[in-house]
Design a binder for this molecule. Sequence first.
Ligand code: AMP
Ligand code: GLY
Length: 416
Amino acid sequence: MKILVLGSGAREHAIITALLAEQAGHDIIAAPGNAGIAADVPIIHLDPTNGSVVTGFALDNDIELVIIGPEAPLVAGVADKLRQRGIAVFGPGKAAAALEGSKTFAKRVMDEAGVPTGRAARCGTLAEAIAAIDEFGAPYVVKADGLAAGKGVLVTSARDEAIAHAEFWLHHGSVLVEEFLAGQEVSLFFLSDGHSVLPLSPAQDFKLLLDDDLGPNTGGMGAYSPLPWLPEGFVDEVAETIAIPTVRQLAAAQTPFIGLLYCGLILTEKGIRVIEFNARFGDPETQVVLPRLVTPLSGLLFAAATGGLGSVERPVFSSDVAVTVVLASEGYPETPITGRVITGLDNALAVPGVSIAHAATAVSNNDLVATGGRVLSVVATAPDFAQARERAYEALRAIHLEGAQFRTDIAARVVS
Ligand code: AMP
Ligand code: GLY
């Protein structure tokens, strides 16, 4: 199949790695990609958020399937433009992508569909926000309503910080003040063709920068899959109470969700609650879910893109486990230092079971250099978590990037 993958992060590299692992002779092009992706498939430099440019390229090059990795092209309506021209695309249109792009919209869909989530108040003024902050009480949860590149959410016990966060984001639009939910977090992905859904394997993401869940919020510092501590029947319960009602609700509103429904969940004492939906594969969770996928990915994504998921079997996953640890630049997440040289990847890749998904890399004067905050996602698979962790950290120790940071406790809890 001739496939165009939009995006330039470790998630897109992991998607391409999974497509290549099928050994089905796919013709894959990435736009715009990164140095790691460019080592595997041809890349082209086009703006992935420009629907006309992407559609023109897809038509000119007989692309049979477009896979949209990041949220920005989805929210910009790139999938709509492609679909209007009859091109199969894995990724929701602009209206359904608002599930991620607008937290108010997501809450409304959940209310209408009867999906369990925390109570929330949408506030358009500081006075409303302060009233909601005091009504819900500490710990306070304040979120920007629109896309905020991972910086929109603050969870704090300090009332003045909660108010300052609300005040800052009110300059950009409305904010949501939410009930605090306590419990383990789970990321569970569903493929959706607009009507039917199929679950992938659960994963857990580590969102805070430092060990023991300390430090600032990030895009994600590591992940592991599966989650051996989940109660039996968890995936079916989420399918029945969350994914299917949400997809039905969007179909009934004539805005079908075709693509990946990312359910960000918390297991509270009172049951499963949605903290957020995303309209795309999660990063870094994808880097641990896809290496365990046995069913060919291209067939699943094509079936989702073309309305055929109802006749597809549930995807099968290997019993091997996967751990990924993100290597980030010095200064991440506030002000990452870029342009530094990365060495040692060959030694890291020599560790059994290890692969590396590139997130922010480029080649400059024959050197591999870091071009952003999250630089590499080091992935290790193994029969058990102790070995997967050993492999991932052995590989990390082989990589050199001045000032690099990574967490040392990814998946430690499942080993001890
Ligand atoms: P989000 O961007 O909505 O995923 O939020 C980022 C992180 O903030 C989540 O992964 C949670 O750890 C935390 N968070 C968000 N909403 C809540 C909530 N209502 N209660 C507790 N923690 C939350
Ligand atoms: N891992 C969090 C996200 O992809 O949004």
